[in-house]
Design a protein around this ligand. Sequence first.
Ligand SMILES: NC(=O)c1ccc[n+]([C@@H]2O[C@H](COP(=O)([O-])OP(=O)(O)OC[C@H]3O[C@@H](n4cnc5c(N)ncnc54)[C@H](OP(=O)(O)O)[C@@H]3O)[C@@H](O)[C@H]2O)c1
Length: 246
Amino acid sequence: MSTATALAGRRIVVTGAGRDFGRTLAVRLAASGAEVFLSARTLAAAEAVRAEIRALGHEAVHAFVCDLTDSASIRACAAAVAERTDHVDVLINNGARWLTGPDLLAGSDDDVVDTIASGATGTILTVRNFLPLLLASDRPDVVTMVSACGTAGHDRSNAHDAFYAAKSAQAGFGEILSKRLRGQGVRVISLYPPDFDNADPLSDEWENTPREATDPLTAQSVVDCVLFAITQPRDCFIKAFHFEQV
Ligand SMILES: NC(=O)c1ccc[n+]([C@@H]2O[C@H](COP(=O)([O-])OP(=O)(O)OC[C@H]3O[C@@H](n4cnc5c(N)ncnc54)[C@H](OP(=O)(O)O)[C@@H]3O)[C@@H](O)[C@H]2O)c1
């Protein structure tokens, strides 16, 4: 099967798709033939990425607003997607607020609330609200962009402690969910990448970024991991991707 059709017929929801890696995922998934339901914190950001993807000739792309810190917004997003499709094959939990540390006193209390709310609570509520659409699929996958910060004992990031906590919550959620949803045929796949640069998938850099053994992990390789995991036969349930750091 060619790259352009690897995801043909697959309906995929991506959160936090207004910029950076979420945008990259939306662009690359559409290029692989998926119908993409992308969401961002603002409708304008989601619509801008939708326009970029349509300009590439991929019409099957939809834009939604979804603020992951707002339960009503998440419910409304799932309801709006349900008006367009009777099932979702893949939900990608990509959106999560970054907060720089490493000083616990860095940032404000509100920054801490926002970081936990978007990454931890937002991910759980997103899966809850999209679960009926996922269970209506005959090949449902939940993919979560955790982080090396969600790995026990990790301390190599300059992320804030609240970001570590949010990512650890995503990790714990994915761990139990992968077991509890398995009986219903849902694969729950978590990625734990270290920091990686977000090359623009529409730039020459996307094709030219060095990807040798001594180079740091690239967004290109992270996308390839997601594509690999969700295109495996259903018996191949890759639960987690961990990466050795350079
Ligand atoms: N890049 C890395 O090095 C790396 C490494 C490990 C894991 N990850 C994880 O991979 C994912 C994507 O990474 P990234 O590099 O693209 O991160 P990023 O540049 O920090 O972008 C974060 C994304 O999350 C969205 N977001 C933040 N708060 C939100 C909210 N309340 N509601 C909806 N969306 C919200 C942002 O949207 P706005 O534009 O509205 O802020 C943005 O699209 C994240 O979960 C990140 O933690 C990234």
